[in-house]
Design a binder for this molecule. Structure first.
Ligand SMILES: [Zn+2]
Length: 150
């Protein structure tokens, strides 16, 4: 899933880990796993995707297409009004996603995403650092494993 693309689908992770990053600023945001939604802002608003999601290993997701979602909602006027209400409310508030129950990966407050967080400026451009940290962790893991081999 690439940032700045249209959010025509909503994903729900059922297996594996997904890394969230902001390619434009070379920033690692967080790693999310099972029971997490990805792409909900772009899905419920007309805004393009804010972040890029990359699977870290074998990952399984449930996917809901926007087309199917709107089609199903249109079958019941009440449901359709709710969906329209969510879209309008989110569109009228600048970067306020309280309605979607979104929690920031950096400060863990509800209502905003990491890219709009004050703490984001501190981690901006941290991709190389994160990569080196991961490499180190893998080295440790490999050493542990080799110790078990007779
Ligand atoms: Zn925050």
């Amino acid at each position: 899933m690439e940032e700045d693309t249209e959010g025509d689908r909503l994903h729900y992770i059922t297996k594996g880990n997904v890394m969230l990053l902001h390619k434009k600023s070379a920033t690692y945001i967080a790693e999310v796993s099972i029971d997490t939604f990805i792409g909900e802002i772009a899905f419920f608003t007309a805004k393009p995707r804010r972040a890029t999601a990359k699977s870290q290993n074998f990952t399984e997701v449930l996917t809901l297409m926007k087309e199917d979602f709107v089609h199903a909602a249109k079958k019941d006027q009440k449901q359709f009004d709710i969906v329209e209400g969510i879209r309008k409310t989110l569109g009228s508030k600048h970067n306020d996603y309280t309605l979607l129950g979104i929690e920031c990966h950096l400060c863990h407050e509800k209502g905003h995403i990491s890219l709009d967080c004050n703490m984001y400026t501190e981690i901006k451009g941290n991709m190389r650092q994160q990569w080196l940290k991961k490499m180190k962790e893998n080295e440790w893991n490999n050493e542990d494993q080799s110790g078990e081999i007779p």
